[in-house]
Every structure is written in C-alpha cells, then in structure tokens.
Design a protein around this ligand. Structure first.
Ligand SMILES: Cc1cc2nc3c(=O)[nH]c(=O)nc-3n(C[C@H](O)[C@H](O)[C@H](O)COP(=O)(O)O)c2cc1C
Length: 690
C-alpha cells in the first residue's frame, strides 16, 4: 500500500500567493475542520471485510428470517489493508461472498463515528460549484494529489477506471480554452428568450483563467479489455464512472478548502483537439480548481434566481413511480399533498402592498384593476413587493377528445398533432406572442391521439391517446384523470424549478370547447345552451348539435346539477386530459406561490376544477383575457375573476394570457419602481376641511 498522504495540508498563508487584486488580499476559504480523527492520521479507508475463518465460514443458502440474517463484517483493525487472496474461487467462494450460517446472527456493519459521519455529510452539503472568488494562492501539490487520489477511488463499471486527469496550468492554453467556452456561451445565450438571456448575461459560468489549475477529466471507453463486466448492455457506464470520479474529486477538494467549477460550455471535439488528446478519449469534465475566498451557502444558480432546488420528496418514489414520499413518512397522494401546500393569500403582505400603492406618486386607485393584481400577487408571494413575474413560461397541454366522433367540430382530429408540430417549429400564434413577451414555450403531450415524435420542447406525458366519447360514458377513468392532474402539477413544479416566475396556461385539442362547456355547465349549474359556444366557428346546425351533445354527456355521466358528484368525478366524466393537466398546473403553481395567468375557456373550465378541489388555488390565478366563448364568461364570473383584456379572442393555445402578461408584470413593477410621495418630494393630495 502506498504510504498514507499527509492529511493536514496547510492552506497557503494569506499573502504568500500572487495577489488577485491590488489592494485586496482575501484569505482562502478554510478546510473542513478535522472531524474526529487525529490530525496526523490518514483519512481511514473504509474497513474491508475480514476473511472468515474456516470455523466461521457460512453455509450455502442464505437464511431468510430476520433472526437468521448473516453477520456482516465487524470493523477491522486492518483498515486499509487489502483482503488476503482467497482460495481458488472454483473450490471455495471468497469470504465476502459466503452465505452465513443460521447460527451467526448478523450484526450490521457500524457506521462511522458521529463526527466522521458529520464530516462526510458536511462535505456533501457544502460542496459548491465555484465560479466566483478564486484567489491566486498556489495549490499545494500534496493537497492536489490527495484530491486526485479521491477521484481515483471512484467506483467504475467492471473496475475499468476509464478516467485520466490532464492538469493544465499554462495561462496561454487556458486563455485559448476560455475562448472556446465563450463561443459556446454566446451560442447558448442566443437560444434563450430575452428575459432569460438577460439573466444569463449576469451569470458567471466559468473561471478558466482565474482558477490557477484546470483539470480535464477524460474517459477512455476502450479501457478494461474486450468485454468489461457490466458495460456491454450500457456503454454509457464508462462516462458515468468518470462522473463518479469527478464527484469524488469535487468532495475531496471541498474538504481541502479548494473550490472546483465544472465547465461544460464546449464543443467536446473542439476541446479535445485543443487539449491534444488521442482521438479515442472523450472529455467528460473540464474543471477549474483553486483556493477561493469563500464557498457560497447554496448553489450559485439558486442564489441568482436562475433555478431552484427540488425538494427530495419530489424525487423519491415508493415502489411505484409516482408514489412519492420519503421513507418513514405516510404515502401522500400528490394531489392531496399539493392541495395541502396551498395557503390563502397573506393578509399582511396584501396590507403592505395596499399601503405602498397609496404612497406612490399617483392618485390612489388610479391604476384600477392593476392595483388589485399587485395586491393579490403580494398576498400570493407573502411579501410586498412580490417578485416580478418574469421569466414566464407557457405550457401548452395538448390532447384529443373522444367526443370528436360526435361531429361537434368541422376540424379533423389530426389537427391537434399537426398544431403541436407547428408549436414546436415556432410557427403558431402562441409562438409569436410568447416571443413578444419573452415567455418560454413548452408543449406537453398529455393525450394526443397519434404518437408524436420526440422533439426539443415537447414533454412526452401521454396518459392516453385521447379521451373516450363522453356521450357513451366517462371520458376518462378515475386513474387517468388523477394521472393527468398529477402531470400538470409536475409540469408546474419543473418549470418553476427551472426558473419560471410566472406560469401561463396553454391548450390544444380539437373538440376541447365541447368538453369545456360540459365542465362549465356541471360546475356552474348553468344549462348547456348558456355555456356552449361556437368554438372554432361552427354553423347554427352544428352549434345546436353541440349543445345536445353536451347535454347528453352530462346526462350519461349523471352530472346534472342535482348529481352531487365530486370534482374529480366531474372531471373524469366530461373533461379532457388537457383540462385535468391544467387543473394540476394551476394547483402546482398555487402551491409554489407562483402566479398562473389563465387563457380562455379551456383554462376557465380547468380553473373550475382546481377551485372545486381547493378554493385557495384561485389566489394564484389571474384571468388573462375574456374569451368570446360564452362558457368562459360564465366560468370567470363563477370564479370571481376579472379578465384583464377583452379582445374577442377565441384561439386558445395560451394566446390571450400571453397578451395579458405585460399587464401582470407592469402591475408588480409599479410596486418595485415607482417613487413614493416622500421619496420623490411630491406633495400628496390635500385633505379636505373636516
Ligand atoms: C455535468 C455538469 C456540468 C456543469 N457545467 C457547468 C457549466 O458549464 N457552468 C457552470 O456555471 N456550472 C456548471 N455546472 C455546475 C452546476 O450549475 C451546479 O452543480 C449546480 O448549479 C448546483 O450547484 P452546486 O454544485 O454548487 O451545488 C455543471 C455541473 C455538472 C454536474
């Protein structure tokens, strides 16, 4: 075994390295404090399993009951020493592979001592991707070797160890590499909506020149012989293994007080050529390493508002994908969990916003409905002024409808899929309006009848290839409705985690105004003829037929006002998959306290579902516009929402909501930017004589 490294590296003393800035000499961030091990002791290897003696050697057939469970290896004083060679594997299994005798009741291997464990978790929690604050102090060679050793201990497929570490210090070369990254940075910026591009412009995404050391971590996929164990079915396991090495390096560097930043703004082949790598090597990671002034307390991207961390509970599933909850916690249905997280609007924040509005340099109430919007959004965010609802993201939920078979529209069902292709190609009205207001467009296939090819910007979340015909029975099963609502919640969560500060509802589905009318009739109690419109523009005969179809569907699903069905039953009975997903999208936004700007009649119908499930969800909703569909007026009136614009639109897709977005943003911007009478030295209105 190689001699243990010196575990107590001395961080360079302040002032010993090159000064980063004239007049400024920051002290590098400290190492993680030694946790429970003597300063002179090497970092202990995990205790390998000791060989069992012949007497202890277990018999075959591992026992199954808890009482019979095998005794795992006790800690060994031989920590770090490899296990001695075992007798021929043909004759005897190695000790670690031996099953255990029933008599040997297992004792689990002990954990690290508390302080050691705390140190491990601390390194994990405090590891940061560092791009800011590198100081010029040189990196001690011994520390660098320890960090590389940590990387080299990483797990690898078939123990192939496909990594290599190319250390780059030459400033001229680093400058050239930075030039490559800058080109990619510009290309990425050009792909963003303008609010995102403006935010991106403020981000530092690499420290190639500022950090004293760069390390290119490569993958040699040809290493490990002809047929390495485990790699045959999944060749990607080679670069996965290299990523494990990078993480080890990153954690060890944190413990050493060294910052590491991973740069991926490269054309990989271009970078490999610049580094002069053999053609069969792939660059997995390009790292910038050095002492830093301090480690940020949270990911820099989170601190800057670019993206949010997802809670662990969103990522842990119990047996079945979608049954999310943490071990030991009671399984909670995602819909219930989301509803439980929705709070009423915060009264104190609303009061602050109203007071603030009253002090602004304008006559009180002069901004009319916009003042109410600003107060609502302050209540939603529980702070005044609330965050600017920017950047915004529109999610277009696309689905087909079984009721199409009843001839409620002259448009063929294929148009749903064709319009999805149009959205993805950027050719629809929603794209033009989204471009105008800088909103990102995401299309969600929640139930398009035909299979859709993969495409950037398309989320494949098909619950079913369209609904069933609601005149013949429920449009959806209860399970499909639940799944679609949950998908909407997830989409809202994902968009918010990715940085959206305002959600916009979009929809596409030939025949979805028929389903909307049925939902609106069921929730408002208004008769079908009051809420059924002409959708894409049908003639009188088709309109009369459509009203009949809505009435039939309500009858068939026992959803007449006296029906007494719950919201999910109404939804499953006559709703569309996009209505269900939109209801979830609204609930998801409300739970995250992010405003949701509603488009027209489809969103209005979905908002009825969401409000029936959780009335407080309406606190997040702003009705973007009033649609020409009669059902929409009924829905917003029932919900008590005030549409911001009324342009006789009846397109859907999210278009009306996008037009309203600048109004919502303007309403909040006023609270942020407009001077108060005090601050501007403007006299307020004179109080009249008593
Ligand atoms: C594969 C990979 C590539 C990354 N590439 C970049 C990059 O090019 N630029 C950058 O600023 N951060 C990059 N990061 C860092 C992430 O933004 C960072 O890990 C994430 O925001 C979480 O922050 P934290 O590492 O401080 O916890 C990369 C991270 C990984 C894992």
């Amino acid at each position: 075994m190689t001699p243990p490294p010196d575990p107590s590296p001395k961080p360079p003393a302040p002032g010993t390295g090159p000064s980063p800035e004239p007049g400024e000499q920051p002290t590098p961030a400290p190492l993680l404090a030694d946790a429970g091990r003597p300063a002179s002791a090497p970092p202990a290897d995990p205790t390998p399993a000791p060989p069992s003696t012949a007497a202890e050697r277990p018999t075959l057939a591992p026992p199954s009951s808890a009482a019979e469970r095998p005794t795992p290896a006790p800690p060994s004083a031989d920590a770090g020493r490899p296990a001695p060679p075992q007798p021929s594997a043909d004759v005897e299994r190695p000790a670690h592979a031996q099953p255990f005798a029933a008599a040997e009741r297992p004792k689990p291997a002990p954990p690290f001592a508390d302080a050691e464990r705390a140190a491990v978790y601390r390194a994990i929690a405090e590891r940061r991707d560092v791009r800011n604050g590198f100081v010029g102090d040189p990196v001690d060679d011994a520390a660098l070797v320890r960090v590389l050793e940590a990387a080299h201990r990483a797990p690898s497929v078939g123990l192939t160890q496909p990594w290599d570490f190319l250390i780059i210090r030459d400033p001229a070369r680093r400058k050239r590499v930075r030039g490559l990254a800058e080109r990619q940075r510009d290309a990425y910026a050009a792909s963003l909506t303008w609010p995102r591009a403006a935010r991106f412009d403020r981000l530092k995404i690499e420290a190639i020149v500022e950090a004293p050391i760069n390390i290119a971590v490569t993958c040699d996929p040809s290493r490990g012989g002809r047929n390495p164990l485990g790699r045959r079915s999944q060749p990607q396991t080679a670069p996965y293994s290299v990523a494990c090495a990078v993480e080890n390096l990153w954690l060890a560097a944190r413990a050493e007080g060294l910052g590491v930043g991973w740069v991926s703004f490269f054309d990989e082949r271009e970078l490999a050529a610049e580094l002069g790598l053999p053609a069969h090597l792939e660059v997995v990671a390009y790292l910038c390493l050095g002492h830093v002034r301090e480690f940020a307390t949270a990911p820099e991207l989170a601190l800057s508002g670019w993206a949010r961390r997802r809670p662990l509970a969103w990522a842990v599933h119990d047996e079945t994908y979608g049954r999310r909850h943490l071990p030991g916690e009671a399984p909670v249905n995602l819909i219930e969990q989301t509803i439980a997280a929705i709070q009423p609007l915060d009264e104190a924040a609303m009061r602050d916003a109203r007071d603030h509005q009253a002090r602004l340099t304008k006559p009180p109430g002069a901004l009319g409905v916009l003042e109410e919007v600003s107060v609502q959004l302050a209540g939603l965010a529980a702070i005044s002024p609330p965050p600017l609802p920017e950047p915004a993201a529109v999610a277009i939920f696309a689905a087909d409808h079984g009721v199409h078979a009843q001839g409620v529209t002259p448009w063929p069902q294929e148009v749903t899929a064709q319009m999805v292709a149009n959205f993805l190609a950027g050719g629809a009205v929603v794209n033009a309006f989204a471009g105008q207001v800088g909103a990102e467009v995401t299309v969600v296939d929640i139930g398009v009848a035909s299979p859709l090819p993969e495409a950037p910007g398309l989320l494949p979340r098909k619950v079913a290839p369209g609904t069933a015909d609601m005149t013949e029975g429920p449009a959806m099963t209860a399970e499909q409705a639940r799944q679609a609502v949950e998908t909407g919640i997830e989409v809202a969560r994902d968009l918010v985690s990715a940085g959206a500060r305002c959600l916009i509802t979009g929809d596409m589905g030939i025949a979805n105004t028929t389903a909307s009318a049925a939902l609106i009739s069921a929730f408002t109690g208004l008769p079908p003829e009051r809420v059924t419109g002409r959708g894409t523009g049908i003639d009188d005969a088709t309109h009369a037929h459509k009203i009949d179809i809505v009435r039939t569907a309500l009858h068939r699903n026992a959803l007449l006002p006296e029906g007494g069905r719950g919201p999910m039953e109404v939804l499953a009975g006559v709703g569309g998959l996009e209505h269900a997903a939109l209801a979830g999208f609204i609930l998801g936004g409300a739970a995250l306290r992010v405003p949701v700007v509603l488009d027209g009649v489809i969103a209005g119908a979905a908002a009825l579902v969401a409000a029936a499930l959780c009335p407080d969800a309406l606190g997040a909703c702003v009705a973007g516009h009033r649609s020409a569909e009669p059902g929409h007026a009924a829905a917003v009136e029932h919900l008590g929402l005030r549409p911001l614009v009324d342009l006789e639109l009846r397109l859907g897709e999210g278009t009306g909501a996008l037009l309203a977005l600048p109004l919502v943003q303007g309403a909040v911007r006023v609270l942020h930017e407009v001077a108060t009478f005090d601050s501007a030295g403007v006299s307020g209105k004179q109080e009249g004589p008593e």
